[in-house]
Design a protein around this ligand. Sequence first.
Ligand code: COA
Length: 187
Amino acid sequence: MRSAASAGRRKLASNARGKPLQGSPAGERTPRAGAAGETVIRPARRADLDQVIEIDATVTGLEKRRYWLDVFRRYGGGTDGGRCFLVAVRDRRVLGFVIGEIRDWEFGSPPCGWVFAIDVQPRARLQGIGTMLLEAISDAFRSQGVGTLRTMLARDNTLIMSFFRSQGMMAGPLLMLEMDLHEDRAR
Ligand SMILES: CC(C)(COP(=O)(O)OP(=O)(O)OC[C@H]1O[C@@H](n2cnc3c(N)ncnc32)[C@H](O)[C@@H]1OP(=O)(O)O)[C@@H](O)C(=O)NCCC(=O)NCCS
C-alpha cells in the first residue's frame, strides 16, 4: 500500500516533472529576460529587493528593509551550498519569492530542504506562481541530493495551509515546542 507521505512526495516530484519551469533553480539555464508575459523563476538579484520588500510589506503590513538586506546577503546569488532565494518575474516585475535552505542533521534528521518563506503578490495569486516557486526550490534541493521538503506555518494561516496541502505536503514527524523566556514568567 502506498503511504500518504510517499504519495505526497510523488505529487511534488511529478509536479516538477509535469510543468517545465521557465527558469532553472540553479540559474544556469535561466534566460536573462522572459518573453513578454512569460513568468520566469530565477535566483534573486540585488535589484529585485525593493520589489520583494514591497510584496512582503503588502502581505505582512511591515516594511523590514534591514532584514531583507540581511536575507539577501545570506541567501542571494544562487543556490550553491543549499541556500535558495528565488523570485518569479514577469515583464520585469517581481511577482513572488521563495526562500529556503538545506539543513544537515538538524533535529537528528538526515539533510532536508526547508522552506522559510513563500509569498506571491496578492494581484498575481491563483495563477500558478506559488506552485512554480515551490517546484523550483524543490528542484534545487533535489539536485543537491535532498529527498525531503519541510516547512513550518502558523496553525491559523489557512491560506498557506491550503497551498502547501495542494502541493502534497503533509504533517511531518517533528513537533514544534516553545516557552516564554521573560524573567517574570510565572513558573
Ligand atoms: C500561498 C500563496 C504563496 C499561494 O500562491 P499562488 O500563486 O496563489 O498559488 P497557486 O496559484 O500556485 O495555487 C496552488 C494551489 O494552492 C491552493 N490555493 C492557493 N490559494 C488558495 C486560496 N486562496 N484558497 C484555497 N486554496 C488556495 C489551491 O489548491 C491552488 O490550486 P488550484 O488553483 O488548482 O485550486 C499566496 O497565496 C501567498 O503568498 N499567500 C500569503 C503567504 C503567506 O502568508 N506567507 C507568510 C508565511 S511564509
